[in-house]
Design a binder for this molecule. Structure first.
Ligand SMILES: [Zn+2]
Length: 55
């Protein structure tokens, strides 16, 4: 379980999750990418799909 940095809601992280998986906050709908941490998983803001990088 991790806490959403936006709204402080708890986001469930399935036990079989893998690093890089996208989780979505049930409260505010923000998306985060799972990153491995010392104690289970942490999260970082996910890159928005479809963002234009000027390619
Ligand atoms: Zn949230």
């Amino acid at each position: 379980m991790v806490k959403c940095p936006e709204c402080d809601a708890e986001i469930k992280v399935p036990a079989d999750s893998i690093e890089g998986e996208i989780v979505t906050c049930p409260d505010c709908g923000a998306s985060y990418e799972l990153v491995k941490a010392a104690e289970g998983f942490g999260i970082k803001p996910a890159q928005v799909v479809g963002e234009d990088w000027g390619q």
